[in-house]
Ligand binder design. Sequence first.
Ligand SMILES: Nc1ncnc2c1ncn2[C@@H]1O[C@H](COP(=O)(O)OP(=O)(O)OP(=O)(O)O)[C@@H](O)[C@H]1O
Ligand SMILES: [Mg+2]
Length: 301
Amino acid sequence: MSIITTERLCKYFKGKKALDNLNLEIPKGIIFGYLGPNGAGKTTTIRVLLNLAKPTGGTAYILGEDIRKSRNYLRKVGFLPDVPNFYNFFTAREFLSFIADITDIENPKKRIEETLELVGLRNEKSRIGTYSRGMKQRLGLAQALLSDPELLILDEPTSSLDPQGRKEVLDLIYSLKSTKTVFFSTHILSDVERICDRIGILKEGRLLLEDSIENIKKRYWKRRILIEVDDLEKFLERIKESLKPNSVEVKNSSVVIEVLDIQYTLKEIPKIVVQDGLLLEKLEILEPSLEDIFLEVTSGA
Ligand SMILES: Nc1ncnc2c1ncn2[C@@H]1O[C@H](COP(=O)(O)OP(=O)(O)OP(=O)(O)O)[C@@H](O)[C@H]1O
Ligand SMILES: [Mg+2]
């Protein structure tokens, strides 16, 4: 069953297409990474899904409900905005009590303690004003998790954090995987690589790609090999002639070649090295990085 489905969803601002015929289908129980450069339409998508902005065209179904017809689904959705705001004079516990009061949460005392435990703030007695950004972001997640929602929508939850803070937040999101569906936007590629099951890449309001990371890597797999030898010039001359690579890219003392038949190339290179009396210093098959794929997809037509 899909938790989020969008059907030709559009949002225009004075003729500008912030979302252009967005078709998404996000199954239950996954972590979905919503990637895109600045201004791609990530926050706009989230605002429409949360009924904070009306779609110009098309619609979306969340937990089976049409967002144009109902707002009931919002009870089952937790949300962390891109720039969360807190009252600095509260402690974490006081802040969550305040949220529990205004959102009518069942058994609030127990739920607050469970949630504080989950985000690692149970023993934190100081006021929010003294928190690090990582702690604030974990508190933001606590706020989003307080009602024990089925779906969690997070707008760039890691963007302002240092590596340690990012790790804490990502570990936390990952730990929710078995019980919740998570939709999170980001432009940090290593984050999605670390925790996402599927990703979508958005640019100028259009979805350029949507698939599992594994399939995307397969699809954009380039047969690339990095080689280092003691006499690069001599080696380059030889391989251009005998291996006819699709591309040759020299970087400092190494060369990266792209070939059609990787097995054949791996057999041939040592032969060339021996015949020409070269010293082979490095031979490595290059994995496609998500960064390369992202740049290729977002810079293309
Ligand atoms: N309220 C608004 N009025 C007019 N234009 C808007 C409004 N909100 C967003 N836009 C425009 O819509 C486009 C998408 O913006 P959006 O904030 O959704 O991008 P984003 O992917 O979240 O970017 P970022 O990575 O910077 O957060 C941008 O061109 C933006 O200027
Ligand atoms: Mg945004």
